[in-house]
Design a protein around this ligand. Structure first.
Ligand SMILES: Nc1ncnc2c1ncn2[C@@H]1O[C@H](COP(=O)(O)OP(=O)(O)OP(=O)(O)O)[C@@H](O)[C@H]1O
Ligand SMILES: [Mg+2]
Length: 272
């Protein structure tokens, strides 16, 4: 039955809602060299990450957390055709990043969307050793091509300053401590002011003090409205996020919001 005229008018007047920063639609992923030895890693994951949400993903080793994170950030693509039937999954398996359906994008367009809209932090920082901290942070900006080198380096120095590294901006990456290098990597992930920051075990290689520093930094970014998706084994860290997603055997089995009276049940009925 169509909505009454008054309701239609209200709908028409409402401003268009911003799309989620990331949306997984019935995401499947099979991995393996040959079709006959393919393993089903993700078994139909659907979720949305909204603007400003700080979300952690937990679950046992091998449950598919990293695989899902890479798919959410466009570093990998979902399997779209069911190997068992040879037919596309129904509903179609896909990922939208900041409202763009990545399944329709070619490699170059996907790489460009990723550089502009997603920031990545991994367990190991992957900085360019021979470059300074500021040069490492400036690289994604120079790749995007909106800033001149001088302005990119200035912005990089500002970001490093925010993370307590103002005096280390001109130091070569391989002359920084592990904790400092990881903070440089976080600054680099934020270089292009991404729609979403994606992190895979960002404290996995750090001692307790440096882990705490990174945890505080993420919390501060989250409080300032940066959307974050963080995979971690550290339940203390995970609980500091506003929402915690639990994975098991390639599926989402829990989706709790901080402060919710009961947890563990996927909340799919949230009002917009
Ligand atoms: N290229 C690949 N080919 C086949 N199987 C793979 C491949 N990459 C990952 N897998 C398998 O997929 C499953 C999920 O891997 P994934 O790395 O997503 O797990 P995870 O939850 O991140 O685990 P961990 O907590 O140990 O990092 C694992 O069983 C893994 O062995
Ligand atoms: Mg992993």
């Amino acid at each position: 039955m169509p909505p009454p005229a008054a309701a239609r008018a209200t709908l028409a007047a409402a401003p268009p809602a911003a799309p989620p920063v990331v949306r997984a639609r019935n995401v499947h992923r099979y991995l393996g060299a040959a079709a006959e030895v393919q393993t089903q890693i993700l078994k139909g994951v659907s979720l949305e990450i909204d603007r400003g949400e700080y979300v952690s993903i937990v679950g046992q080793s091998g449950s598919g957390k990293s695989t899902l994170l890479y798919l959410l950030g466009g570093l990998d693509r979902p399997t779209t055709v069911d190997p068992a039937t040879g037919l596309p999954f129904d509903p179609p398996s896909g990922v939208d990043i900041d409202g763009r359906d990545t399944t329709t994008l070619g490699e170059t367009a996907l790489a460009a969307l990723r550089n502009e809209r997603c920031g990545f932090v991994f367990q190991f920082h992957y900085l360019l050793k021979e470059f300074t901290a500021a040069e490492n942070v400036a690289l994604p900006m120079l790749k995007l091509g909106r800033l001149k080198r001088r302005d990119a380096l200035d912005r990089a120095a500002d970001l490093l300053g925010r993370f307590g590294l103002a005096d280390k901006a001109k130091r070569r990456a391989n002359r920084l401590s592990g904790g400092e290098q990881q903070r440089v990597a976080i600054a680099r992930a934020l270089a292009n002011d991404p729609a979403v920051l994606l992190a895979d075990e960002p404290t996995g290689n750090l001692d307790k003090a440096n882990s705490e520093r990174v945890a505080e930094l993420f919390q501060e970014l989250g409080a300032n409205g940066q959307a974050i998706v963080m995979v971690t084994h550290d339940t203390n860290l995970a609980r500091r996020a506003g929402r915690m997603i639990t994975m098991e055997d390639g599926r989402v089995v829990g989706d709790e919001r901080a402060g919710a009276a009961t947890g563990g049940v996927a909340d799919t009925t949230r009002a917009p």
